[in-house]
Design a protein around this ligand. Structure first.
Ligand SMILES: Nc1ncnc2c1ncn2[C@@H]1O[C@H](COP(=O)(O)OP(=O)(O)OP(=O)(O)O)[C@@H](O)[C@H]1O
Length: 251
């Protein structure tokens, strides 16, 4: 990062800020008084036991769940935004997304441009060029003309990543994006997320159980199984400590 860039970044609002955030599903509280301040740009790996509330955090930030406390997205209070994704504040890749009709991969990816056009409108040549570039970035150019519903789970995941990158929001939320990928593509997806941060100044929050792949990354670690979760620098030792913690204690 050069001096000019770092000065510019210090003037940016945090991509995400939570204050005393409490959320869950009645009667169970999963997020308890969570205080977070996530820099713009940065990478945050979110880890924790199954069922500890990782997806619940994303569902809360995306405005799908009631909560108490406060959430700000790029300085905007979440209570004043009806749909944060439509407002361009974030883009969200959930764990599972089912497509129930045959559709060409390229057509699905170009829909990442929906904010510029509306979901069912006609996309321009420039939009398709962006879709092709997004597919190339995830090394999925060879899938462009195939029927999405006939792809393997891992191939479908690459396509969703390409679509997400076209949404061009400042904050990306990815829920276990490497879940169905083989070792090669898992590595590539982590490299891609780091490139979004470094080259495009995005803030990326990624839920993952793939701790081994975090060892070489930079950013922050958030262990939501911890009794009082906090952001700590992502280093080989913090990842090893989180791994030991998660292996030693059940939820
Ligand atoms: N709509 C719902 N109503 C009631 N309970 C729910 C609902 N959705 C999720 N839960 C419960 O809340 C808990 C936390 O779910 P969440 O999906 O946030 O876990 P997670 O940390 O993302 O887990 P995983 O690593 O398995 O994906 C789980 O025990 C789950 O069963």
């Amino acid at each position: 990062m050069n001096d000019q860039q770092s000065t510019a970044d210090t003037q940016l609002l945090p991509a995400l800020r939570t204050e005393n955030l409490v959320a869950g599903y009645e009667p169970r509280v999963l997020l308890r008084n969570l205080f977070l301040e996530v820099d713009t740009p940065s990478f945050v790996a979110i880890v924790g036991h199954n069922g500890c509330g990782k997806t619940t955090l994303f569902r809360t930030i995306t405005g799908q769940l009631p909560y108490s406390g406060n959430v700000w997205l790029n300085g905007r209070n979440l209570r004043t935004v009806r749909r944060p994704a439509t407002a361009g504040l974030l883009a969200y890749l959930p764990q599972r997304t089912v497509v129930g009709f045959p559709i060409r991969v390229r057509e699905l990816v170009v829909m990442g441009r929906y904010r510029q056009h509306g979901l069912l409108s006609t996309y321009s040549t420039a939009d398709y060029q962006l879709a092709d570039a997004a597919l190339a970035a995830v090394t999925a150019t060879h899938l462009a003309d195939q029927d999405f519903t006939l792809l393997s789970g891992g191939e479908q995941q690459l396509v969703w990543l390409a679509q997400l990158s076209l949404q061009d929001a400042p904050l990306y939320l990815l829920d276990e994006p490497t879940q169905q990928l083989d070792v090669y593509y898992r590595r590539r997806v982590f490299d891609l997320m780091q490139a979004w941060v470094v080259e495009q100044r995005k803030t990326v929050l990624c839920i993952t159980h793939d701790l081994d792949n975090l060892l070489t990354l930079s950013g922050y670690l958030l262990n939501l199984s911890h009794p009082q979760p906090y952001l700590e620098p992502l280093t080989p030792s913090s990842v090893r400590a989180a791994k030991e913690f998660l292996e030693a204690s059940p939820l």
